[in-house]
Design a protein around this ligand. Structure first.
Ligand SMILES: NC(=O)c1ccc[n+]([C@@H]2O[C@H](COP(=O)([O-])OP(=O)(O)OC[C@H]3O[C@@H](n4cnc5c(N)ncnc54)[C@H](OP(=O)(O)O)[C@@H]3O)[C@@H](O)[C@H]2O)c1
Length: 305
């Protein structure tokens, strides 16, 4: 099968190549998915899990990509809950070969059914950003209607989902980002927008939840804005700051079939829009995933036409 691999951590993204690899075999509880579309997060080559397995052994060359939408083509021993021919989408294990390939072996529990009226391209754009936003807002941030959320990077992949889900849940959403992102963040539902390069972040006053996708100084200044009992949720590593009278939580997104179902249902009924900038074929993926211009949303690789 064709796959996009990286082989050398020192070279990073520049080392991405399209190669031939064996079709994977299904282990216990796995399914094999014939991939129709794949999503990729630009920071993947910086993750330790791209380079080692769970025992810490070198696993390069590694197939990149952790989001997928496709059709189940085989079942591993003892695997229940999914059937051959079923449309699925989901989040692949960080430490195993990924989804920028024609097939992937993946634990069935990491997948959810993809309804027939949702395009594979849309399905592949949802798992990481959708689940990260859902888990950050509702599980870790314990967001309630009437509260306020400071959604950093509100025009980005995670940030647009945070903005939409928080607003739908009845929260007041203050989006942030670069000046060029103002209109996009407002279009995705932010009530107001802070340009981090020229506005004063502190002018937003107090908030109940900060959803941080940036870290560093922005995270530290945001922690000071959190009201008593509020939460700093960050997805870019251990928190570097803590609210004086609240909690700070970092997490790595996990697959969850019920949450994937909630997310895709919102896409179907128009409550949630995905943030796709471009779609490219697998043969063109290396160039598409190494753009020379700033990304305006996710790049999805259409593996089967
Ligand atoms: N822990 C987890 O489970 C998890 C899950 C998903 C994502 N993540 C991480 O979360 C981060 C965001 O992911 P994403 O997919 O949403 O990325 P993305 O699509 O690039 O979105 C990030 C947004 O924030 C903006 N931004 C970044 N730094 C900024 C700054 N200093 N000032 C103003 N705007 C800034 C970016 O603008 P520019 O493009 O101009 O920089 C972009 O619009 C990544 O580091 C990713 O690895 C973690």
């Amino acid at each position: 099968m064709k796959a996009i691999v990286v082989t050398d951590e020192a070279v990073g993204t520049a080392g991405m190549t399209l190669v031939e690899r064996p079709v994977p075999q299904a282990a216990i509880n796995d399914v094999i998915v014939e991939i129709h579309a794949s999503g990729y997060v630009p920071t993947e080559v910086e993750w330790a899990s791209t380079w080692t397995d769970r025992a810490g052994r070198d696993r390069a060359p590694s197939i990149l990509g952790h989001e997928l939408a496709g059709v189940v083509s085989a079942l591993g021993y003892g695997t229940t809950g999914l059937s051959v021919g079923q449309r699925v989408f989901g989040l692949a294990d960080w430490h195993r070969d990924g989804t920028l390939a024609q097939y992937v072996a993946i634990e069935a529990r990491n997948l959810a059914p993809l309804p027939g009226d949702v395009d594979f391209t849309v399905g592949a754009s949802l798992p990481i950003s959708g689940l990260t936003a859902w888990q950050g807002l509702f599980q870790h941030g314990r967001l309630q209607a009437g509260q306020s959320v400071l959604a950093h990077g509100a025009a980005g992949a995670v940030g647009t989902m945070v903005t939409e889900l928080a607003r739908e849940a009845g929260a007041y959403v203050i989006g942030t980002g670069r000046a060029a992102d103002r209109q996009k963040a407002l279009d995705f539902g932010a009530h107001e927008f802070v340009d981090l390069e020229s506005d004063t972040l502190e002018d937003v006053g107090g908030v109940d939840v900060v959803f941080d996708v940036i870290g560093g100084d922005i995270q530290k200044r945001s922690a000071d804005l959190i009201r008593a009992g509020g939460t700093l949720v960050t997805v870019v590593g251990p928190p570097e700051a803590r609210p004086a009278h609240g909690v700070a939580i970092d997490f790595v997104v996990e697959s969850d079939r019920a949450q994937l179902g909630e997310i895709v249902q919102r896409v179907r009924d128009g409550r949630l829009r995905t943030n796709i900038d471009s779609v490219a074929a697998l043969d063109d993926a290396v160039a598409a995933l190494n753009p020379t211009e700033r990304r305006k949303g996710k790049t999805i690789i259409r593996v089967r036409p």
